[in-house]
Design a protein around this ligand. Structure first.
Ligand SMILES: [Fe+2]
Length: 274
């Protein structure tokens, strides 16, 4: 890897555990099943990410596989927090299979997994058919065996929980999942795509322009309730996210929040919980 960021959390464990946080690999691949529009977009996006990754010498897939090898060498459990593919292209889905099939990990989606254009379905509704987002999400869930909503795994007495906020707000499913996980009574580490400190997660609009973005009042309100629950729950010990493609640390936030840069640039975060 180009850089391994390290974060230590002291939760009083008898046996420390390790987690490798992988996010935003932005795989940019197309193949003959993709139309010309998609091929052109992929080419444009690949050039963008090569530049943003400071001309990273490896492909996103190579960094992703290298990250899994690092996790294995460190005895770390891998958690992926979205934008693993840059667009929902046929070539991208093949690359996902090649990199992820047969591996053990937790996954939550990012903004990009559901896209076939340069904007998100919720953001630019005119670019996509009305049910594009819902249809794509269902198709991806059918093609890939992991849980595309919210998931959890208990490792060494710590409950690792993924919560979906890939479209810029926490879903009702994520809120329900969080309530269920809290009832387990274990210390929790939360993983999500959009950082908890991002204001959009708890903004409830009261003015008409927000209607353009197709977020309903209910969606915003459930999202703010989820943020409030996370911030007031003593069982949540930390949250980790991607999305911003830069390192941002909020150690004094309740709970402490860590943003990991894009793995497309060869960067991952190794978390050790003691
Ligand atoms: Fe991203």
């Amino acid at each position: 890897m180009v850089k391994i960021l390290r974060t230590e959390l002291d939760l009083g464990l008898e046996r420390p555990i390790k987690i490798l946080h992988i996010t935003d690999t932005h795989i940019t691949e197309s193949n003959d099943e993709d139309d010309q529009r998609m091929k052109d977009l992929i080419e444009m996006r690949r050039k963008t990410f090569i530049k943003e990754g400071n001309y990273a010498p490896r492909t996103p897939q190579e960094y992703l596989i290298e990250a899994f090898e690092l996790a294995e060498a460190e005895g770390a459990y891998s958690v992926l927090t979205g934008d693993i593919t840059d667009l929902n292209s046929a070539g991208g889905r093949i690359a996902l299979h090649e990199c992820l099939d047969g591996r053990e990990f937790l996954f939550t989606a990012g903004t990009h997994e559901f896209q076939r254009s340069s904007c998100t379905p919720k953001c630019c509704p005119l670019e996509e058919p009305g049910t594009y987002y819902e249809d794509t999400r269902a198709a991806l869930q059918a093609e890939f065996p992991w849980n595309w909503d919210s998931d959890s795994r208990v490792i060494g007495g710590i409950n690792l929980v993924t919560l979906d906020n890939s479209q810029g707000f926490f879903t009702e499913d994520a809120y329900g999942k969080l309530q269920c996980e809290i009832e387990k009574g274990l210390p929790m580490i939360l993983f999500m795509h959009v950082p908890l400190t991002c204001e959009t997660l708890k903004r409830v609009p009261h003015v008409a322009p927000y209607e353009f973005y197709r977020f309903s009042q209910e969606e915003y309100e459930i999202s703010r309730k989820t943020v409030d629950l996370i911030e007031s729950c003593p069982m949540v010990k930390a949250t980790f996210a991607g999305h911003w493609h830069c390192e941002s640390l909020y150690p004094d936030h309740q709970p402490p929040t860590f943003v990991t840069p894009g793995t497309y640039a060869g960067i991952v975060r190794l978390i050790e919980i003691k």
